[in-house]
Design a protein around this ligand. Structure first.
Ligand code: AMP
Ligand code: MN
Ligand code: MN
Length: 324
């Protein structure tokens, strides 16, 4: 943590202490880092005897429904006033979905994130792109709040950090990541139980969708690019949901020749969500930014308003250009 980050954290804590009517929100299609971070920070603020509303902007994927206090994530009517809005793991306001309506009403916004593409939309921005997960920054914030990190908070932070670092395997895993995890483990959390919930509880529907999607795998540029798609029809045929695409893109990335993996998810007829992963030197956040998306060097995403075929042609072209 550098000095300016420390200062922003202190300012954020003062602001939280002064505010009532506080909202925390997830981003659209929330992931483990996002759900773990909003729950941990929400619980910590409650421990300061402050009321806080944790806004649901999208379904919580089944992977994270085991988390303690997950039922605190609820739908709320858009209020007439909001004192403080806290965004976590969101690089820009459009990532907030419905939460954006709440953010626009807010007197003050705190923006806590680790995306290099973050556009600093908050009044207070706590941005650390060297952090493996937003959960790592939330850990620092909670430490400074002087709130006791109990097993519930620790379980949520462990989940946030483990999921965004590929179980501590990706290059965003640092010395500090492991130090934080060591501190969390001191609380007595059951990491086997957390890991079974996170990584060894795949439904048969998800498994079938996975097999189905591999059938349309295409390799390009001497196998350096791997691309697969999932259509609405494939979801229906396998009785699966969009969240069940989790794990497909990383599996494609793990093919030996592949440097960039791409998954195209048909949301509607002319809307495709793209997930990109890279293994070594290609910056997929840069590719995503051409479509107003973002993310990290080795994991990024965007939305393309086109049919799945058109989206595939377009993104394939952009990925190929990145190799030049
Ligand atoms: P995903 O492929 O959805 O798992 O996302 C991979 C990474 O890219 C995550 O860090 C996301 O936060 C980020 N990301 C995904 N979609 C977008 C988007 N439309 N805009 C900005 N960042 C995104
Ligand atoms: Mn996220
Ligand atoms: Mn994250």
């Amino acid at each position: 943590m550098n000095d300016s980050l420390d200062l922003s954290i202190e300012k954020a804590i003062s602001l939280i202490k002064e505010s009532s009517n506080i909202y925390i929100a997830s981003h659209v299609q929330p992931d483990g880092d996002n759900i773990g971070s909003i729950l941990a920070l929400g619980m910590a603020i409650k421990k300061m005897n402050k009321d806080v509303n944790i806004l649901k902007v999208d379904e919580v994927p089944s992977d994270y429904r085991f988390l303690p206090n997950v039922e605190l994530i609820k739908e709320y009517e858009i209020p007439s006033t909001v004192d403080l809005f806290i965004a976590l793991d969101s690089s820009d306001m459009n990532r907030l979905g419905l939460g954006k309506e709440f953010a626009l009403k807010a007197e003050k916004i705190i923006n806590i994130d680790h995306h290099i593409t973050n556009d600093k939309f908050g009044d207070i921005n706590i941005i650390s792109d060297s952090s493996g997960a937003t959960g790592e920054i939330v850990y620092q914030v909670i430490k400074k709040m002087n709130v006791d990190i109990d097993r519930y908070i620790a379980t949520c932070l462990y989940t946030a950090i483990s999921t965004d670092t590929g179980s501590f395997m990706y290059s965003n895993t640092t010395y500090s990541t492991h130090m934080i995890i060591a501190e969390l483990m001191k609380t007595g959390i059951d990491i086997n139980d957390i890991n079974v919930n996170l990584y060894q509880s795949r439904s048969i529907e998800r498994t079938r969708l996975f097999i189905n999607s591999l059938n349309n795998l295409e390799l390009h540029l001497d196998g350096k690019i791997g691309i697969v798609y999932v259509t609405q029809e494939m979801l229906r045929a396998n009785n699966a949901k969009l969240e069940d695409t989790e794990g497909i893109v990383s599996f494609i990335r793990d093919i030996d020749s592949v440097e960039v993996a791409c998954l195209l998810k048909e949301i509607k007829e002319d809307e495709v969500k793209v997930s990109l992963r890279s293994k070594r030197n290609i910056d997929v956040a840069k590719i995503s930014s051409r479509y107003n998306g973002g993310g990290h060097m080795r994991a990024a995403g965007c939305t393309i308003n086109a049919t799945i075929e058109e989206a595939k042609m377009s993104i394939l072209n952009e990925i190929e250009m990145a190799f030049r």
